[in-house]
Design a protein around this ligand. Structure first.
Ligand code: ADP
Length: 219
């Protein structure tokens, strides 16, 4: 099953996808993580992408599509995948349509004030990718990853000025995908209006939607 998680930065796409990947047994593909890997490894592509990412801008569609196409053609994606952060523009969605069929799009509907609070208190593990939050999802030990024991960091683009720009970019470039997928009859929305709602609650809601889809398509 191919699922796209859609939603503004900080909506929880990565947090939920990392839990759903275990339940569904399909890979979690995060365009943001793939790009951060390139930046960390200082590849040519990483150097180009760093300029965009540091400013909260989207990278060029051609580059992103090329990276994602390569990833989606790997054998582990044959049974499906959970896409987090891709597509983010109409052009990317059209390209995805050509690469592989999307079964379901989950739109995470989260108000801006919650996004801003969440992103400014988010902590990530650079080593294993686990995501924590100083307010809502605290690590057991201060600033230390529960999963691998590495030190936790604030992402370079989780600074207030960059957060604002990422939200602007989301509204301009990505929000039109809501209508795009609604028209294709693939969109289901999940609302989260409370900063303190634990991830498990939202994951359960998403699982119900997925089960509903699977049952409807079995009969
Ligand atoms: P966010 O937390 O804002 O959803 P991500 O971790 O998904 O951010 O991505 C970080 C950065 O990587 C983005 O700000 C952007 O520069 C780049 N990026 C990730 N995915 C895409 C994409 N599909 N198209 C263009 N740029 C992307």
């Amino acid at each position: 099953m191919r699922i796209v998680l859609l939603g503004p930065p900080g909506a929880g796409k990565g947090t939920y996808a990392s839990r759903l990947t275990i339940v569904l047994g399909v890979p979690h593909i995060s365009s943001g993580d793939m790009i951060r890997e390139e930046i960390k490894a200082e590849t040519e592509l990483g150097k180009i992408m760093k300029e965009y990412s540091d400013k909260g801008k989207l990278g060029p569609d051609e580059i992103i599509i090329r990276i994602l196409e390569k990833r989606l053609r790997k054998p582990d994606c044959e049974k499906g995948c959970i896409l987090d952060g891709f597509p983010r523009t109409i052009k990317q969605a059209d390209a995805l349509d050509e690469i592989s069929k999307v079964d379901l799009v989950i739109n995470l509907n989260v108000p801006d004030n919650i996004i801003i609070q969440r992103l400014s208190s988010r902590l990530v593990c650079k080593k294993c990718g686990a995501i924590f939050n100083k307010l809502t999802l605290k690590p057991r030990k201060d600033s230390i990853c529960d999963e691998c024991g590495s030190k936790l960091h604030q992402r370079r683009d989780d600074k207030p000025r960059v957060i604002k720009e990422r939200l602007n970019v989301y509204q301009k470039k990505t929000e039109p995908l809501i209508e795009y997928y609604k028209k294709k009859n693939l969109l289901k929305s999940v609302h989260c209006d409370d900063l303190m709602t634990p991830p498990e609650v939202i994951v359960e809601k998403i699982k119900l939607i997925i089960n509903g889809f699977q049952n409807a398509n079995r009969s």
